[in-house]
Design a protein around this ligand. Structure first.
Ligand SMILES: Cc1cc2nc3c(=O)[nH]c(=O)nc-3n(C[C@H](O)[C@H](O)[C@H](O)COP(=O)(O)O)c2cc1C
Length: 349
């Protein structure tokens, strides 16, 4: 079931951002303002997914998007690698009450169980990061009239997405905050293409609608990606400091004030390459052994949770895109209104 992007009053998908950043208030505000409100449900539970979708659907009848990771099968590396990965944290000087334990299987949630509440609540969209879900998932979505979108960082991935029968492609440029959506966990074949390059290539070779993600921060950026052939923009960092954002206070403070740091890529937090504001954790883990995704993510959980509790921005993941300095602390509805007006102004020129 394809989604009619031309029906959006403002062609914006508020990006799915796993880890409590998406809230019912945020998703509903964006959907009520003529965009698409999303949830990153990758690490959630069926009960929480159901509660979030129910709470949001009580606030809006606009389009919503439920987003999941496609976890690849993973095995625990040998004892020597485990020891090396644990030793990498020595430089952080962790206190005695922060104990790290190598996790045991299962390393990630079962996708079929997570999707049960999605089939019940039927959001307009279902999107996936890190790969293509099983054909049965695409079939079920189609049967229920839910449009499926999948992240691509290259033409090779976009071609596979089209062949799988998805409804749209989310083109993720290297500027984007959070995890690279590459299908290959090691990301060795990553093109690292900037968004505009990726868009030009995908619009020339693909027939599916393309949503543009990566450092889109205002109406002029939205207009630029539409001109390059995208049907909408997926914006994450631009919403991190809005009133309805669930990003931690330290995350928001770094976005707003730590403008000299810039962003960097790290595997240190999760085992997969992801972009965020540079901090002490990233420096300490640079070049060190990490366990595969998402084993490393579970391993670093106690460090990140402790940092959030202590309002410590140096030891939590501060995912953000390269244009984070432009993020504004306003209600989401006001942001959407500004972008709509800017877009109209660009169109009049
Ligand atoms: C804090 C944060 C968390 C993210 N989590 C997810 C996620 O759970 N699923 C997903 O598909 N993309 C995720 N992304 C990537 C976004 O979908 C999108 O590619 C990115 O936000 C676009 O770049 P921008 O942040 O510069 O707008 C995340 C991005 C950020 C900033």
């Amino acid at each position: 079931m394809s989604f009619d992007f031309s029906q959006l009053q403002c062609p914006v998908i508020q990006a799915p951002m796993a880890g409590g950043i998406n809230t019912p208030a945020l998703a509903a505000a964006v959907a009520n303002a003529g965009g698409v409100g999303s949830f990153g449900f990758a690490y959630s539970s069926p009960e929480k997914i159901s509660a979030d979708l129910r709470a949001t659907q009580a606030l809006t009848t606009g389009p919503l998007n439920a987003n999941f990771f496609v976890f690849q099968p993973v095995a625990l590396p040998d004892a020597a690698q485990q020891a090396a990965a644990l030793a990498a944290f020595t430089a952080l000087g962790l206190p005695d009450d922060c104990v790290l334990r190598v996790p045991q299987a299962p390393f990630y949630p079962d996708l079929d169980s997570l999707l049960v509440p999605v089939w019940q609540h039927r959001p307009a969209m279902l999107t996936f990061h890190f790969g293509i879900p099983p054909a049965s998932v695409l079939q079920q979505a189609k049967a229920l009239g839910i449009a499926v979108g999948i992240t691509a960082t290259s033409l090779a991935e976009a071609t596979q997405i089209e062949a799988a029968g998805a409804d749209f492609i989310v083109a993720q440029g290297i500027e984007a905050g959070g995890h690279r959506g590459t299908f290959e966990p090691e990301g060795d074949a990553d093109t690292d293409w900037p968004l505009d390059t990726l868009l030009s290539v995908l619009t020339a070779h693909c027939r599916l609608p393309i949503v543009a993600a990566g450092a889109v921060m205002d109406g002029a950026d939205i207009q630029r990606v539409l001109r390059l052939g995208a049907v909408a923009a997926q914006m994450g960092t631009a919403f991190l400091c809005c009133d309805e954002s669930g990003a931690s206070p330290a995350h928001q403070a770094f976005i707003r004030h730590e403008h000299a740091r810039g962003t960097a890529f790290t595997r240190g937090f999760s085992g997969r390459r992801a972009q965020g504001i540079a901090n002490q954790f990233m420096t300490a883990l640079h070049g060190q052994t990490t366990l595969p995704f998402p084993i490393q993510n579970t391993l670093t959980g106690p460090i990140r949770q402790r940092a959030v509790q202590r309002n410590d921005g140096e030891h939590q993941s501060l995912w953000a895109g390269t244009a984070y300095r432009q993020a504004q602390a306003l209600p989401a509805a006001v942001l959407m209104q500004h972008w709509s007006e800017q877009l109209q102004a660009c169109r009049r020129v």
